[in-house]
Design a protein around this ligand. Structure first.
Ligand SMILES: Cc1cc2nc3c(=O)[nH]c(=O)nc-3n(C[C@H](O)[C@H](O)[C@H](O)COP(=O)(O)O)c2cc1C
Length: 431
């Protein structure tokens, strides 16, 4: 059975934060964390390996959930310090040739006009190589940083996000593609007939428009989202070009993809126009035995408190107050719902959950040949559309993936060997 080629994205989690400061092969990250060179090296490596895009995570708060204090997080550089990743976009674009660059923005805190203009500017600067990851932001502390006493309720955040994207798309459409005529003889740079206000009045936002810059080269820069809840999937399937999923098994991958493709079709969209990529943290070593050893060593070394503190900051729950052996009582969250549901289903107490819970597929390990075969099998089973590679970033891990694994995938015709188009959207939709 032959497998169609699939897509690769790289998820730079904790984007412009601290990477590998206390692990072997982390280099001088503790000293250089704010220096953009690691980010540039990453972008160049994934560009060389013909990834579709580099997704840059973001959040805007210092957590204080675990132990009701910031101590645990600050001591471990979890989520802070972290720079705003948006200024990286032009740097990464200048340093690369083809890869799509996808910063993250919050639909709960950005004004839509500001965002529409910012992304349009970046798309114009890069000749059509940017996208945008729309998140609703889950942490109450982030909401407080932006002046809200309490965070907006989960489902209302998605209603807001839906309207937010409507405004942004209308602003991008407020200039026709051929509005700039630059006709010096007739003293007309912009044809005024081709630019118009949008007069948007919604439940959450209003914006007069038009945008005060031109239509982005891609029309709509590539829209990306990752929501696991029914509300998240509904929002994503209406608007998005790429949907990201963090699920743990092949069955879950298949059911997620089937579900969102049906939802995409229900909006009158072609399901093939929306790519579903699965978060994935492979361990690639020279031999299967070495990869197995690394995998076991990592499991033994994993500190469950780090996982519980990290997840607690996504759910706004202080897990330090709960005895890890006690059966867990019913709990709810206003934070990440899909992740919370998966988390709670992983065991009857916190110890079991911390042992079993994984963010995406993280037990795929082996030599480059073995991992490539597993990826191929998964794609045959699921039907597409690709993987979103992530992991603790060191230059060594980057080389294992981009110089170790990817050449094997390319040799087998499973991932692209080059880019056919100049623009991100066209490459994404090529297969
Ligand atoms: C691959 C991936 C990337 C994400 N990136 C971010 C991010 O950069 N910032 C953020 O606040 N949330 C991020 N999230 C969280 C999602 O936006 C969303 O809140 C989460 O998937 C839960 O959605 P739900 O409540 O609809 O289940 C990401 C999730 C995934 C799976």
């Amino acid at each position: 059975m032959t497998t169609d080629p699939f897509h690769l994205g790289w998820f730079q989690n904790n984007t412009y934060g601290v990477h590998g400061w206390n692990v072997p092969w982390g280099g001088n990250t503790a000293r250089d964390w704010a220096n953009p060179q690691l980010q540039i090296d990453l972008a160049q490596a994934v560009d060389r390996a013909c990834f579709d895009f580099l997704l840059m995570e973001d959040s805007a708060f210092v957590p204080d959930n675990y132990g009701a204090s910031m101590d645990f997080y600050l001591k471990r550089a979890m989520r802070a310090p972290k720079n705003d990743p948006l200024p990286l976009v032009p740097l990464l674009h200048q340093a690369t040739k083809n890869v799509g660059i996808v910063p993250t923005i919050s639909t709960s805190f950005y004004p839509p006009f500001l965002l529409a203009r910012l992304i349009a500017t970046l798309d114009l600067m890069s000749d059509g190589r940017v996208g945008c990851n729309f998140v609703t932001s889950t942490a109450a502390r982030a909401a407080q940083n932006f002046g809200l006493k309490e965070h907006i309720e989960h489902d209302a955040r998605y209603r807001m996000a839906d309207e937010f994207v409507d405004v942004v798309k209308q602003l991008w459409d407020s200039w026709d593609e051929d509005a700039i005529v630059a006709d010096a003889e007739n003293a007309m740079f912009v044809d005024p007939c081709k630019v118009r206000p949008i007069e948007f009045e919604g439940e959450f936002f209003s914006s007069r428009g038009p945008l005060n810059t031109a239509r982005p080269p891609q029309g709509h820069p590539v829209l990306v989202q990752a929501g696991g809840s029914p509300q998240g999937r509904a929002f994503a399937s209406k608007h998005m070009d790429v949907i990201l999923a963090a699920v743990g098994t092949v069955e879950e991958m298949k059911s997620f993809r089937d579900d969102v493709r049906a939802r995409v079709a229900s909006h009158g969209r072609d399901p093939d126009s929306c790519k579903v990529l699965f978060q994935f943290t492979p361990i690639v070593a020279e031999t299967d035995a070495q990869a197995q050893e690394i995998c076991e060593a990592r499991r033994k070394a994993a500190d469950p408190k780090v996982m519980l503190a990290g997840l607690g900051s996504l759910f706004d729950i202080d897990f330090s107050t709960i005895d890890v052996e006690e059966p867990l009582a019913e709990m709810t969250t206003n934070g990440q719902q899909g992740t919370f549901k998966r988390f709670m289903s992983m065991g009857s107490n916190l110890r079991e959950i911390a042992e079993n819970f994984r963010f995406g597929l993280d037990d795929v390990h082996g030599s480059p040949e073995t991992v490539a075969s597993k990826m191929e099998e998964m794609m045959q089973e699921v039907g597409g559309d690709g993987f979103l590679v992530t992991g603790n970033l060191t230059r060594r891990y980057l080389a294992e993936i981009t110089d170790g694994l990817v050449p094997v995938l390319q040799k087998r015709g499973l991932t692209r060997k080059g880019y056919s188009h100049a623009q991100f959207r066209h490459n994404l939709l090529e297969f």
